[in-house]
Design a protein around this ligand. Sequence first.
Ligand code: FE2
Ligand code: FE2
Length: 181
Amino acid sequence: MTAAELVTSPTKKNAVLENLLAFHRSIRASLSVFDETASLASAGLVDVIKTAALYDFFCGPMRWHDDDESKSLLPRLLRLRRSLQVAIEACGAEHSKMDVAVAAVLFHLRELSFAGAAPDAELLRSAAWELRRVLEPHLQREEKEIFPAAFELLSPGELEEMAIEVHCRRLRRFTQKESPP
Ligand SMILES: [Fe+2]
Ligand SMILES: [Fe+2]
């Protein structure tokens, strides 16, 4: 079995795009959990299970999703349609803003989840607000401009290359046991 056969669906070459798009449901769910976490914190409470899940999500899958878009999807689209340059640059900037917003609260999420820390309601509220402010328009931009263009423009060969890149990143993480920031 070749690498391509291993990582891509023989019948559905655009599965790599569908998977990235489907992940947006998880991102929206994480924003709701962040709101709940902030609201509980204002009453001095912590749901350790949900907070740990939030920590894991922003340490891992959320970063990996942005990585797959930034490294495998956006550069291909830019080569194929220069008129998408403004939208693609905006996406890159939004990924960076999300990194900054997450970095500001990640350590606190870890302390809440694993060290019995008291919740900092103000920090959690401002992080929840900032993440929603950045991510809601970002998800809409990708769903209205980026993914429709990707489904239209990427050839089966490019989709296959992209799927292999995404899978190789996953394999590297699995074999290197990537540690959280
Ligand atoms: Fe994105
Ligand atoms: Fe996305």
